[in-house]
Design a binder for this molecule. Structure first.
Ligand SMILES: *Cc1c(COP(=O)(O)O)cnc(C)c1O
Length: 366
């Protein structure tokens, strides 16, 4: 294989149990498996999580939910970012047929809903969710034909403890919760927390259901400002490898790759890897990132190209064509994770994981 990822299902399970250890009996856990489980493989990951006792899973759109149902996943599935009445997908019918639960973002859709739904409140993220006044929300929910099963919101700045935005969002959300309660409309599920408020134990944000994605895959982003110590310990579940296609020696002064971006200052050995930006290696790692070759960091030299990446292999003379190097993962105590790659590439770890393209084969290991 040119390039592949190994996904450890036992690590996924352990990460889920670590989340369970933090939230205890206070909240149910709805792991987020959108975008093919952040490229870890939604079906296999969902199966593992279901075996661990996850009663809910969250996806982004109806198609992702249908794929899980067709693979035999029986847990409740929340569809977080699709829309009712899509004339192309005929979504409403699919929701019923596949027992998917939609998140509704507008009061018009509350009136149109025919299946139990979760209503999303925009408390300040400025993305999906209704910004209607609490009394209008109460009126719409009371008049709706389908029952509101859950009420949710999503935070904009959970990782920034120097910002008051999360507290402001929690306050706004609580006003809506209280207005609904006062009208006798208590939703069964109240939820606001992705990974960060779980990992840093921001209890008032949990409600009775939490929605961790990143943590399930082994990541908690560092936070800013006066935060408490992280309560959650998780490990990356995904390792990404690429095969060495060729190894060769270059003379001092040789140029490497498109644009002659790197010049060998002295005689140098390079290895050509069978993966490039079409596989998801950020182009911004050109002349910048590293991989692990034979247990040692080896710098990327020259431009990352579509299908190939060149590394400086001078320090690992035993590297041969056919050997595998690690793009993301660890070897002999040396490790590179999605967060490090993201920092070097000027992006975020989520984007690094989701950027691993479909042509990178996936192998599941325990
Ligand atoms: C993606 C997403 C999550 C999960 O976020 P993580 O930071 O990966 O834990 C939770 N809730 C919503 C609404 C999301 O879109």
């Amino acid at each position: 294989m040119r390039s592949w990822v190994e996904v450890s299902l036992s690590t996924i399970r352990q990460n889920y149990r670590a989340v369970r250890g933090v939230v205890g009996a206070a909240a149910e856990i709805m792991p987020v498996v959108k975008a093919d489980a952040y490229r870890h493989g939604a079906v296999e990951v969902s199966r593992a999580l279901e075996q661990e006792g996850a009663g809910w899973l969250a996806v982004s759109n109806v198609e992702e939910g249908v794929a899980l149902r067709e693979a035999g996943i029986g847990a409740r599935i929340l569809v977080m970012a699709d829309f009712l009445g899509d004339p192309l997908s005929g979504e409403s019918g699919w929701l019923q047929e596949y027992n998917l639960t939609p998140v509704i973002h507008s009061l018009n859709d509350v009136a149109a809903a025919r299946v139990p739904y979760h209503l999303k409140i925009d408390t300040g993220l400025g993305r999906l969710g209704t910004r209607a006044a609490p009394e209008d929300i109460v009126r719409a929910v009371a008049a709706g034909k389908a029952p509101m099963e859950g009420l949710m919101t999503h935070f904009a700045s959970a990782a920034n403890y120097a910002s008051p935005q999360t507290e402001e969002q929690i306050k706004k959300f609580e006003i809506v919760v209280r207005a609904l309660h006062a009208a006798g409309l208590a939703p069964r599920y109240i939820h606001s927390s992705a990974t960060i408020p779980v990992a840093y134990r921001r209890r008032p944000a949990w409600g009775n259901l939490v929605r961790p994605g990143h943590a399930i895959y082994g990541y908690v982003c560092p936070v800013r400002g006066p935060a408490p110590a992280a309560a959650l310990q998780v490990r990356p579940a995904l390792t990404w490898k690429a095969a060495v296609l060729a190894v060769k020696d270059l003379e001092a002064g040789a140029l490497i790759g498109y644009g002659g971006m790197h010049r060998a200052e002295r005689p140098m050995r390079i290895a050509v890897l069978a993966a490039g930006y079409a596989d998801g290696i950020p182009h911004r790692l050109s002349n910048k990132g590293s991989v692990i070759a034979k247990g040692k960091l080896a710098p990327i030299v020259g431009a990352v190209s579509m299908d190939l990446t060149t590394i400086d292999a001078t320090a690992c003379l035993e590297l041969r064509p056919g050997d595998a190097v690690t793009l993301l993962g660890s070897e002999d105590g040396v490790s590179i994770d999605a967060q490090q790659i993201a920092r070097q590439a000027g992006t975020i770890s989520y984007s690094v994981l989701c950027g691993i393209s479909a042509r990178v084969k996936r192998v599941f290991v325990e």
